[in-house]
Design a protein around this ligand. Sequence first.
Ligand SMILES: NC(=O)c1ccc[n+]([C@@H]2O[C@H](COP(=O)([O-])OP(=O)(O)OC[C@H]3O[C@@H](n4cnc5c(N)ncnc54)[C@H](OP(=O)(O)O)[C@@H]3O)[C@@H](O)[C@H]2O)c1
Length: 309
Amino acid sequence: MKYVNVVNGPQNASSIILGCMRMPALSMDDAARMICTADELGINFYDNATCYGTNGEAETRFGDAFAKTGIARESVFIQSKCGILPDKGEFNWTKENILSSVDDSLRRMKLDYLDALLLHRPDLLYEPDQVADAFEILEKSGKVRYFGVSNVPTMMLEVLRKYVRQPLVLNQLQFSLEQSQLIDQAFYANNLTTERSVDRDNGTLDYCRLHDITVQAWSPLQHGFFKGCFVDDPLFPELNRVLGEIGETYGVPKTAVAIAWILRHPAHMQAIVGTMNPNHLRDICEAPKAELTHNEWYRLYLASGKFLP
Ligand SMILES: NC(=O)c1ccc[n+]([C@@H]2O[C@H](COP(=O)([O-])OP(=O)(O)OC[C@H]3O[C@@H](n4cnc5c(N)ncnc54)[C@H](OP(=O)(O)O)[C@@H]3O)[C@@H](O)[C@H]2O)c1
């Protein structure tokens, strides 16, 4: 396993995070086995959210299962996210919702504190002083150690950073070989011949690097918006051919190469993987063995169907 030190945040955090969005599909025993497998593989970071599963079921399943594993609480980082209210059809960053969400997450996961709390998706009616008040209370009470955001673009981060005293140290964003819009625009800037030149997030990746915000890449193996895993999908023959070829060079499976491509980026990102299959997780965790060369990284980018101007 590879580990990252988040500036002003978690230290020695595994660069592969186990995402718990799909955990409601598992029984409690299977969830405990999944967490134990992750632990054996060197994963010490878990991602959850109030909206995963119905009525916080992913947090409940994780909490019940984690308690069964006997893994020491202090040896892992447990993160959750708040602000998406599927039942109400809204995003909500009010002080009241942030505070009650954290209490719910702690209760469901049977924890005294969260290592990190992220605001899940932008609430466009947000009042930054309310976020600041909530974070102040959560930090002072010891309920949350570190703070961050998810899917938040540059200027909104700038506004938040004006009001919030605590450093915002994490930004969770969609990023994979197939969904690479986080980096595409920089290649094609000012190019009228391709849609990829459109700046969709106002330079969020470089903004995060500039301000020591670690990017956590979500859905690192999916194509489209939850359309399925691109590895071994016949829709992506060239990508799978190159993943396989590079995998053979390092003696690792294709999924590991796809994750290695994310970890190779000098921003020292973390990749949040969502598999609930222990064997798939073992494959993925071979990623650090594939320290991709500069050229291999570009070959994979091109094999994913893009071109260089
Ligand atoms: N911040 C946000 O807005 C946001 C949004 C979405 C997700 N997330 C976070 O990111 C995490 C990961 O998301 P994700 O689950 O979409 O990511 P993912 O890891 O890209 O995709 C997981 C899917 O790929 C499949 N898979 C993995 N290895 C495979 C293999 N070798 N062969 C075939 N299928 C394979 C898994 O099936 P198996 O279980 O069968 O392996 C699962 O269905 C979530 O759990 C959540 O924590 C955050």
